[in-house]
Design a protein around this ligand. Sequence first.
Ligand code: ADQ
Length: 470
Amino acid sequence: MSRIVIVSNRTPGKGPVAGGLAVALRKVLSEREGFWFGWSGKLTEQPAREARFEDIDGLQVGQIDLTRDDHHAYYAGFSNSILWPSFHLRLDLATIESHWYEGYRRVNHQFARALLPLLKPDDVIWVHDYHLIPLASELRALGARNRIGFYLHIPFPTADALYAIPHHEELMRDLSRYDLVGMQARRDVAAFTEFAEHQMPSTFGGHRSETIDFSRTEVDAFPIGSDPDAFARLSVSPAGTKMVHRMKRALGDQRLILGVDRLDYSKGLPQRVEAYEKLLANNARLRRSVHLLQVAPPSRDSIKEYQETSDTLDAMCGRVMGHFAEPDWQPLTYVKRAYGQPSLAGLYRLAKVGLVTPLRDGMNLVAHEYVGSQNPADPGVLVLSRFAGAAEIFPEALLVNPFDTDETAEALRIALDMPIEERQQRWQALMNAAKHHNVDNWAASFLDRLAPGSMPQSGTRDILYLASVA
Ligand code: ADQ
C-alpha cells in the first residue's frame, strides 16, 4: 500500500489533540505508512531548505521554518487578508495587496523544495486548504509525478469574488495540477463548475491568456464531519459532567442557548447577538428564563478586521446587557477563551439550543459536535445557518438566514417551544447524518478516490465534475 503524505500549513502539536480533523488524520497515518509535513511555527532569519523530522506522539512530522517576512505575506497577508475574506464573499473586508502573492508563492515553492527529496514515487500526497493551493504546481515543476489531492476546508467563492483575487487565474491553473480536488459541499462544486465552464480569461496587457484545462482533475464534494460517538461519550465523561454540574449551578431554571466559535467575522456573531436581543424584546415571558452563552476565543488577532469584529461583539453584548440585565439576572455570558473537548461536550449537552449561524462556512464542525453530544431522551434543537456547508447534510435543523435577525429570533422561539417528540425526531435524523458523515468516513472516502488506479466515479449522490473545457 502506498504511503500517505499529509501537508498542511501547521502540523499537529504535542499533547492532547484538539480538533477532530487532526485526530482523524493521525489515525490515517497510524494505519498506513507516511508522514505529516508543514510549517514548524518557527520564524528564522534564513528560510529552511530542509525539513526537520520529529516524532510527535508516534507520528512522523516533517517541519520547515519560514522567514518573518515570507510568513507575514503568505499567512496574514495573501491567505488570510485576501483568500479567506474573498472565499467567504467578504470583499469589503479583503485587503488587496497583490505583492503578498510573491511571498505566498515563495512559501509554496519552499514547501515543495523541502518536500520533494522526501517523496517516494508511489507516495500519495494530500494537501490541505487555501494556504497551499499552488503546492501541486510547484511539486510538478520540480518533477513530482505522484497522485496529489487537495481539500478545501472553506467555501469555494462565486466567480465574481474569485475575479477580485489577484492572480486568480494562476491559482485556478494551480488547482488543475491536482488529480483530485475535494470540496465541502455541492454548493462549492457548483461554484467551481460555474467558473470552469464560463472562464473569462484576462485580456490585460493586450494578450489573452489560455483557458484552463481541468480535464485531468476530478472535483467532488466530500463533506467533512466530526466523531459524534466520541462526543456522545465525552458529554457524559467525568470532565463533561463536571461542566454540566458547574453550569447547572449557575443557570438554575434558565434554559441555555449556546454559541461556540472561533472569533471570526464569517461566524456571524454580531448578528447572532442581535437576534437574541430581538428574542428578548419580542417575548417578555422568556426574560429571566433563558441565557445565551457565547464562547468565542480570539483568532488571527494581528489582523485589523478581526480586532474590529471583536470590538463590535463587545459593544453588542454590552448593549444587550444594558438593555435587559437586572440586578439579579444577566441575559448573556460572553467568554473569550478556548475549552477542551470534554468541557465543550458538556456545554453542548446542557444547551437546549445550539445556535450555529455563520454568514458563510465551509462545513461548521460545531454543528456536528452539538448533535453528537445530545441526550437522546431529551435532545436540544440545532438552529443552523443555511449558508454553512452543514445545512446540506442537516436539513432537519431549523435552517435560518443569519442576515435576517428577525427570522433567527423566531427560530429561537420555535426551538425553545418545540415539543419533545419533534425534538427527538429531528435529533435522530441529525444524529444519523452526523454518523454517516463522520470524519473517519470522510478521510477514507477522499483517500480511496485519490488512490492510484482508482476510477473516477459517476452517478454518485454528490455532484461529480469532470470538466472537459479545452
Ligand atoms: P473553523 O472555521 O475553525 O474551521 P469549525 O468547523 O466550526 O470552524 O471548527 C471549529 C473547531 O474548533 C471545532 O472542532 C470546535 O470544537 C473548535 N472550537 C471552536 N471554539 C472553541 C472553543 N471556544 N474552545 C475549544 N474549541 C473550540 C474550518 C472551516 C470550517 C470547516 C473546518 C473543518 O472554516 O467551515 O468546517 O475548517 O474543515
